[in-house]
Design a binder for this molecule. Structure first.
Ligand code: UD1
Length: 418
């Protein structure tokens, strides 16, 4: 089992660069399945992550040919041989459900495992399935799998009950092949959805409205290859911003799209840090004080749930009491017990965490329960004045490329232990 030994208390200082977005790369990789015409899909700025590896393995299992060279992946999906996603793939990564829309568009058929713990029709895929049924897809549940078939899909007017990122992406990819126009209402507005629209349009699709809550897909198109560069990762950027504040450091973070980061920049400023934006760089400096915050997670452009655990780690060091309210996921407070092991004072009340700031965090053995919880504990360990051991760091590899190397380069003391 891999773990990190983190000797905290070192201020991080210098430049740090942000890679391509994980949450944009995954749907973009799935979208490559739609390339049946001329050319290959060449994706640039793809981060080297275990989730990306899993997506590429699934593409290969479906018959696509792939070639990786650093941060560029080339995919030729002209001849596909499979319609099924394996149980293992789904258990490793829920985002493998993003193949549902493109498989239906290409082959009129898809077989994917039901995400564990959820019944069809209930969370978390009901919005995906409702949308696909509106396009004319027949959906059956059998032996733990969703079996979806569509002789032909027709455009439809679809309203999402919740602005689901994955459902919006799946429907955009399916609707490209549906006859006529599909309108997606109450669609998710994340920058990753805009990235998907932009890439699909370079492949020959005709989609407008991504970034707003109404997306129109003019369907019936046969897509070809593309060469496309993935947008930078706003969650990685936000994590580095907090690393600067929590270690009393000063970081210049490059390759950022500041407009994607308004709530994170606003809350980092509000906590007392000095944040200055210049083009695609953001400089964050600790100013001697961390003020308490009130934060509520919301769909984009609200405060991202994927930054909630990291901000909670920051709040443990604030001078006063902070409140973090999680409205997107029901059970996203698993990092709380681990932060408590480091001396944090946190009480959960329903969907809110009340955090009474402490002067310093203590070193401890802590365990990541998921990707962003892992990032939060990494930050907390960097801030603690003693050594900590962070376990289950495989979660971090799902979403951060070379996090350890990046932080060591700006002054952190981190060792990987096997
Ligand atoms: C994506 C991100 C994830 C982020 C999340 C919310 C990727 C690969 N992952 O996940 O990092 O935390 O957005 O910003 O991009 N829901 C339903 N029914 C559905 C679908 C979703 O009720 O059919 C609910 C979910 O349970 C959750 C909320 O909607 O409460 C948001 O989920 P969704 O936007 O779909 O998240 P993902 O696309 O899975």
């Amino acid at each position: 089992m891999n773990q990190y030994l983190i000797s905290g208390g070192q201020p991080l200082q210098g430049r740090i660069s942000v890679g391509g977005s994980k949450n944009a790369s995954l749907p973009l990789l799935a979208a490559c399945l739609l390339g049946e015409g001329e050319g290959e899909c060449i994706l640039h700025n793809i981060p080297q992550l275990s989730d990306v590896k899993n997506m590429v393995q699934i593409l290969e299992s479906l018959g696509a040919k792939t070639y990786s060279d650093g941060h560029t992946i080339t995919i030729d999906a002209k001849s596909l041989t499979g319609i099924s996603i394996s149980e293992d793939s789904m258990r490793q990564m829920r985002a493998s459900n993003l193949f549902l829309g493109p498989l239906l568009a290409r082959l009129g058929e898809a077989r994917i495992p039901l995400p564990g713990g959820c019944r069809i029709g209930s969370r978390p895929m009901d919005q995906h399935l409702k949308g696909l049924e509106a396009l004319g897809v027949d959906i059956q549940e059998s032996h733990g799998y969703i079996e979806a078939k569509a002789a032909c899909m027709r455009g439809a007017d679809i309203y999402f009950d919740v602005p689901s990122v994955g459902a919006t992406e799946n429907l955009m990819m399916a609707a490209v092949a549906a006859e006529g126009t599909t309108i997606l209402r109450n669609a998710a507005r994340e920058p990753e959805i805009v990235d998907l629209q932009n890439m699909l349009n370079t492949m020959g699709a005709q989609i407008v409205g991504a970034g707003t809550s109404t997306i129109r897909v003019m369907g019936g198109k046969r897509l070809g290859g593309t060469s496309y560069t993935v947008v930078s990762d706003r969650i990685e950027a936000g994590t580095h911003m907090l690393a600067a504040v929590m270690t009393q450091g000063d970081l210049e973070i490059d390759n950022v799209v500041p407009e994607h980061m308004s709530p994170v920049i606003a809350k980092t400023k509000q906590c007392g840090a000095d944040v200055s934006v210049k083009g695609s760089s953001v400089r964050v400096r600790h100013t001697g004080q961390i003020k308490p915050l009130e934060v509520k997670t919301m769909s984009y452009p609200g405060f991202p749930t994927d930054m909630q655990p990291q901000f909670m780690a920051l709040m443990t060091l604030a001078e006063g009491t902070s409140v973090m309210t999680e409205t997107i996921f029901e059970n996203r407070f698993q990092h709380v017990d681990e932060l408590r092991r480091m001396g944090a004072k946190i009480v959960i009340e329903g969907r809110s965490a009340i955090i009474s700031g402490v002067k310093k965090l203590e070193g401890a053995f802590v365990e990541a329960s998921d990707l962003r919880a892992g990032a939060a504990l990494f930050l907390a360990a960097l801030a603690a004045e003693e050594a900590s051991v962070l376990r289950n760091i495989e979660y971090i590899f799902r979403g951060y490329e070379n996090l350890e190397e990046k932080y060591v380069a700006v002054g952190a003391k981190v060792q990987r232990m096997i």
